[in-house]
Each structure stands twice: as structure tokens, then as C-alpha cells.
Write a protein that binds this ligand. Structure first.
Ligand code: PBG
Length: 341
């Protein structure tokens, strides 16, 4: 070669120049930190499959929120572990539900933090499904006692579930939740929730819809954290088939049509193509949820000394951002914010 062919590498030589030409940046203000609230006092129970993530009683959750806020993270999303479960998800919508209690306490102490409320019924249902179940001919009690029940024997009812989701949303907004985030995947829930919020006077409460939520094995550790594993069957009749990108666009379009203010793709890393396609096609703020299994995989490999935890954590978050998500729900919010400080 008569002359050097160095070209692209010129811009990679030093950290200074790499910094100058960097296309994607992570900042803590993109993060939302998920939290699991339970009853009791002084409870701080680590989730076995999610080291570093805890079930927290209300005052512990408040403490955690102070820390989250001081790290420059603007928002948390709350999940509840009720004391009692039933087949109408009372714990989700009752005035003194666990998330409602936590929301009031956090609003009082850390008013600057934006509170998201995950709206779903599975954590509050005795059967662990995200909607009302039409039981097989025997009673549902029998079905719950003797899993597995064949898929043909029961059905998750769409329209009757909407009423409970709407009731839950209004109750959360009454308790001070700033952003309503439905994750149940029933059809028509965004319209039902918007309508209920407006009628209750919550015209300024935005909806962040888990619009493209896939039926995913990556939710495993969450179901331990939130105690929401279905007692029979699975979620494939309402959550999306992992194989379907075009259908994800239809889900998102439908939610926007119904009044969603922000949209979400979930999980994140196995669905970066869906995030990128959604970014290209829709103009609403786009969120992605780096779910429990994504977190658990990184933690497990790091604990074995097989990967560099901090490096892989930042790389995974950057990939989600680069794909086009402007908001990232992640169990790494605090750790990543500390590294970015
Ligand atoms: C409730 C809900 C789930 C997650 C968020 N909201 C679980 C599920 O659908 O089974 C998963 C979050 C995670 O895995 O981190 N439906």
C-alpha cells in the first residue's frame, strides 16, 4: 500500500475525541426506577432472583424514593403486593390499597418525584391473571387448586376487566399517582381508562401505555418479586406473540388512537427492532422496559465473574437508547445514575 488507509479510526484515538463524536448519551433523567411495595414496617426483603431489588414497606419505599430523587432520577413506577388477593382484584382499586398508601406517603415527603402507577390486576388476583377469569364449569376455586387447567377450560374476559382497570386508575390518580401506566394488555383499556380519569376530573393525568408488551420468559423474576405468577395457564391470550413486529405497530397505533400520551415496548433488549420501528413510525414519547429477566441475567453472569457488570449494564442501557427509547424503565436506574454522576 503506497499510502495509509487509516480513516474511521482517526475519530477513535482518544477519549476526548470519542466523546466529541458520540451519537447517543445516557442521562439519569431518562430513567424510571421500578419499586415493589408491601405492607408491614421496616420490611426490606431482597428478591431472590433479583439481587439488589427489594420488597419494601411504605416508609422504606419513601426512604428509597429520597435516594432515587437525589440521584437525579425523575420518576419511579410502583407495583403493589397486597395482603389479600381475590377474584376481583380488590387490592388494586381500594382506596387504602398498598400502592395508594405508598403514593400518598411519597408525595408528602418527596413531592418532586414523578410517580407512575402500573395498572394491572395480576398482582391482586388469586389466580394471578391480568383480567377477570371466566372459570371452567366447576368453580374457579377447584381450578386454582388443581393446576394445570387446560387453556380451553377458562377465558380471560376482556370487557368486564376494563371496568376494574378504570377503577384502579382513578383510585391511583386520587392517591397522587402522576402517570397511569396500564400493563394488562386488554383491548380497549386505554380508552376506558382515559374516559374514567376524565370523568373523575383527572384531565391532566397522562397515560403511558405498555402498548407492545410481549408474552415473555424474561418476566420470570418479576413474578417472584410481585408474587403474580398465573396459577394456571399463561398470558399468551392477551400478551403479544414474540414473533410479531407488524402486530406490535397495530397495538401501538390502537393505543394512540384511544388516547395514550406515551407508549412503551417491553421487554427491551430482545425487542430492540420493535423499539426502532416504533421510533420511526410514531411521534409520541417512547419508553422501553428493561425487565426483570434482563436484569437477572446480567447480575447472574456478573456474580459468576463472567462479565464486567458495570460495563454490560451501561452497554445494555445504551443499546435501548440507541434503538430509540427516550425513557427507560430499569432496575439499574440508581446504579447507572451513580456511574453517570
Ligand atoms: C404486570 C406486569 C409485569 C411486568 C410489569 N407489569 C409482569 C407480567 O406481565 O407478567 C414485568 C416487569 C418485569 O419483568 O420486570 N402485568
Amino acid at each position: 500500500m503506497a499510502f495509509p488507509i487509516t480513516r474511521l479510526r482517526r475519530l477513535r484515538r482518544t477519549e476526548h475525541i470519542r466523546n466529541l463524536v458520540r451519537e447517543t448519551r445516557l442521562t439519569p433523567d431518562a430513567f424510571v426506577y421500578p419499586m415493589f411495595v408491601c405492607s408491614g414496617e421496616g420490611v426490606r426483603k431482597e428478591v431472590r432472583s433479583m439481587p439488589g431489588v427489594f420488597n419494601l414497606s411504605v416508609e422504606e419505599a419513601v426512604k428509597e424514593c429520597r435516594e432515587v430523587h437525589s440521584l437525579g432520577i425523575p420518576s419511579v413506577i410502583l407495583f403493589g403486593l397486597p395482603d389479600k388477593k381475590d377474584d376481583i382484584a380488590t387490592g388494586a382499586w381500594e382506596e387504602n390499597g398498598i400502592v395508594q398508601q405508598a403514593a400518598r406517603a411519597i408525595k408528602r415527603t418527596v413531592p418532586g418525584l414523578l410517580l407512575m402507577g402500573d395498572v394491572c390486576l395480576c398482582e391482586y388476583m388469586s389466580h394471578g391473571h391480568c383480567g377477570i377469569v371466566k372459570a371452567p364449569p366447576q368453580s374457579l376455586g377447584a381450578a386454582v387448586a388443581t393446576p394445570p387447567v387446560a387453556a380451553a377450560d377458562y377465558e380471560i374476559l376482556n370487557d368486564p376487566s376494563l371496568e376494574l382497570l378504570a377503577r384502579t386508575s382513578v383510585s391511583l390518580a386520587n392517591a397522587g399517582i402522576d402517570i397511569i401506566a396500564p400493563s394488562d394488555m386488554m383491548d380497549g383499556r386505554v380508552a376506558a381508562i382515559r374516559n374514567a380519569l376524565d370523568h373523575a376530573g383527572h384531565l391532566n393525568t397522562p397515560i403511558l401505555s405498555y402498548a407492545a408488551k410481549f408474552a415473555s420468559g424474561f418476566y420470570g423474576p418479576f413474578r417472584e418479586a410481585a408474587d403474580s405468577t398465573p396459577q394456571f395457564g399463561d398470558r399468551r391470550s392477551y400478551q403479544m406473540d414474540s414473533a410479531n413486529l407488524r402486530e406490535a405497530m397495530r397495538e401501538i397505533a390502537a393505543d394512540i388512537e384511544e388516547g395514550a400520551d406515551m407508549i412503551m415496548v417491553k421487554p427491551a433488549m430482545p425487542y430492540l427492532d420493535v423499539i426502532a420501528a416504533a421510533r420511526n413510525r410514531f411521534d409520541l414519547p417512547l419508553a422501553a422496559y428493561q425487565v426483570s429477566g434482563e436484569y437477572a441475567m446480567i447480575e447472574a453472569a456478573a456474580r459468576n465473574g463472567w462479565i464486567d457488570r458495570d460495563r454490560v449494564m451501561m452497554e445494555s442501557l445504551l443499546s435501548i437508547r440507541r434503538a430509540g427509547a427516550s425513557i427507560i424503565l430499569t432496575y439499574y436506574a440508581k446504579d447507572a445514575a451513580r456511574l453517570l454522576a
